[in-house]
Structure formats: structure tokens, C-alpha cells
Design a protein around this ligand. Structure first.
Ligand SMILES: O=C(O)CCC(=O)C(=O)O
Ligand SMILES: [Fe+2]
Length: 309
């Protein structure tokens, strides 16, 4: 607990590693992949796609959510005392699940040519707008460039305070270098919220320099989260991370869990997140978080930083 809280304070992240029961995790994974055809049939045809007005509303919500059918099977994760103790310390006993969802890393082999062409080099390849509507209760990615999870939560979008949001990520199966593992940049939370795409310069190997718009910068290292079923990571909403696309030629895909947790509005006590945030020198409640989308929510920038590293 002490180490974990210190890591969150100093690194903006804590990697628990493979702490959850592997058999139960595997059983949950098996049930999840049996509940849907995970293949190219998830995608709309081109005419249907083009008939859409915009790229909004293509993500799961708390109510429209693939995970809701697995409520019971998720309890061993959501009630794990090693996780709940840390979360209670950081966000208070009455912390809220802002949203939980399954995230799928999509292999190229699933993609129709017309979609592959449209998303070539796009830095947030959230495939939601290309997925048939009934299946948008999962988030599907073909990699996402280095970002902060505050990206989806500019000030005023929700009643909760987004500066308290933390992401908990759970692997359900073996995630190797080829399975689109998370790349995390510990310590990057210190500059607070900065505009996406971020100012990152690749140095050598896994080393990068990250800067904000005020002239502050820091050196950081890309830590790949490689691990098996039941592997858990937790990070602050300003900690940079991203994924490269699945690198299998086959139809192998990644399926993981992602929880966004936050402090409740009723909780007026000082908790761990206030300590973490008080050490951050930048913005915590940005009005604007990104500049990559046009007014229809369509990606208008090409070029991807994480694939250069
Ligand atoms: O699973 C991925 O490819 C990216 C996940 C992520 O960073 C997110 O959902 O915020
Ligand atoms: Fe993220």
C-alpha cells in the first residue's frame, strides 16, 4: 500500500502486476469472447458508414455496455481488497466508477480495405464510428497515440471533478509486445494536462523528452506493460500512455478491462488524489484537451508519435 501510494505520488502510476486470480480471470475472458463474434463482421459496410452524420456517440456508456452482463463475474476484481484499499485511500471510500468498459485491440486482418485506408496514420484510431451500432458497447482501437485520459473530460462535461479521475486497466489474457500492450510514461503527470497531440521528442531507445506549452519539460521513459491474465495497472489522468496496433498477421486480438474511477462529489475530505494533484504544476481542469478533431468529431490530423519510438 505504501509503495503504491508513493508510486502514484511520484510516478503518476502504479503497476500492480499479475495480482488477480488467473483462473477466474481466464474464465471471465472465455465467457466474454463467447458472447460476441470478435471478427470482421463487427464492421459496418461503407454505405452505412457514409450515411452517418458524424463520429459522435460511438462509445459505450454505463447503460449501453458489454460488461453489464458480467456484473457477477467482475466482482472478484471490483472487490479485490488490494485494489479497493488503494482506491479508498486515493479517492475516498465512496469512490465512483465513472465508466467501466471492455477495450478491444483490433488486428489488421479484421479491417475492410476502405477502413484501413481511412484510418491510415490517424493517431486516435478509435474504431467506434465504423462498428455496427449494437456492438459499440465495447471500445475498439487500432492503437492510440500517447495521450492523457483527461482527454475525454474537458471541464464541464460531467458533474464529477475530472481532476480526480484515475484509470485502472486489467489484462484478461497474456499480453505480449505483439498484442498492443500499453506503453506508459511514468512521471509525465507532473506537467498536468497538456493539449493532445503532445509535445514528445524521441531520444534513444525508450527515452523521450516531453514538454508543455509553457516551456517546461522533463525526460521520461516508455514502460511497456507486458503481462498475463490478472495484470493490473493504475494511473493518473495526466500520465501519458498509448498503444501501437496489434502486430499479429492473424486475427488474434486483445481484450482488456478499463475502469475510470473518480472521487464522489459528496466526499469533502482530503484524500490521496489531493496530495498527488497538489504536486502538479500544470493545468488540472482543462477547458480544451485536444486539437485533433474537426467539428464532426472526425480525426483531421495524420501522423502518430508512438509508432516512431
Ligand atoms: O487499449 C488501448 O489500445 C488503449 C487504451 C487506453 O489508453 C484508453 O482506453 O484510454
Ligand atoms: Fe488511455
Amino acid at each position: 500500500m505504501h509503495t503504491c501510494v508513493n508510486n502514484l505520488l511520484n510516478q503518476g502510476a502504479h503497476v500492480f502486476g499479475e495480482i488477480l486470480d488467473a483462473d477466474r480471470t481466464h474464465a471471465l475472458y472465455q465467457q466474454m469472447i463467447a458472447a460476441r463474434a470478435f471478427d470482421g463482421s463487427l464492421f459496418m459496410d461503407q454505405a452505412e458508414y457514409l450515411a452517418q452524420e458524424n463520429h459522435f456517440n460511438a462509445n459505450p456508456t454505463p447503460a449501453f455496455n458489454f460488461l453489464n452482463q458480467f456484473d457477477e463475474q467482475l466482482q472478484f476484481i471490483e472487490q479485490d481488497p488490494r485494489l479497493t484499499q488503494v482506491l479508498a485511500h486515493v479517492l475516498g471510500e465512496d469512490y465512483e466508477v465513472v465508466i467501466r468498459k471492455a477495450v478491444c485491440g483490433v488486428p489488421d486482418a479484421w479491417l475492410p480495405d476502405w477502413i484501413r485506408e481511412r484510418i491510415r496514420d490517424v493517431n486516435v484510431a478509435n474504431l467506434g464510428p465504423y462498428i455496427k451500432k449494437p456492438y459499440r458497447d465495447i471500445t475498439y482501437f487500432r492503437g492510440i497515440d500517447f495521450h492523457q485520459d483527461i482527454i475525454d473530460w474537458p471541464r464541464g462535461r460531467v458533474e464529477l471533478d475530472p481532476s480526480t479521475f484515475m484509470t485502472l486497466y486489467v489484462y484478461l489474457h497474456e499480453v505480449t509486445e505483439h498484442d498492443s500492450p500499453l506503453h506508459l510514461m511514468p512521471g509525465t503527470h507532473r506537467l498536468g494536462a497538456t493539449l493532445f497531440p503532445h509535445r514528445l521528442q524521441h531520444q534513444q531507445g525508450d527515452h523521450w523528452v516531453y514538454g508543455d506549452d509553457q516551456g517546461n519539460s522533463l525526460a521520461c521513459t516508455d514502460q511497456r506493460l507486458i503481462g498475463g491474465p490478472g495484470y493490473v495497472g493504475l494511473w493518473h489522468n495526466c500520465t501519458l500512455h498509448g498503444t501501437r496496433p496489434v502486430a499479429h498477421e492473424s486475427e488474434q486480438f486483445r481484450l482488456s478491462l478499463r475502469y475510470l474511477l473518480g472521487k464522489s462529489n459528496a466526499n469533502r475530505h482530503r484524500t490521496g488524489i489531493d496530495d498527488i494533484n497538489s504536486r502538479i504544476q500544470g493545468e488540472l481542469r482543462p477547458i480544451r484537451t485536444r486539437r485533433d478533431l474537426d467539428d464532426k468529431g472526425v480525426a483531421q490530423m495524420r501522423g502518430n508519435i508512438i509508432n516512431q519510438g
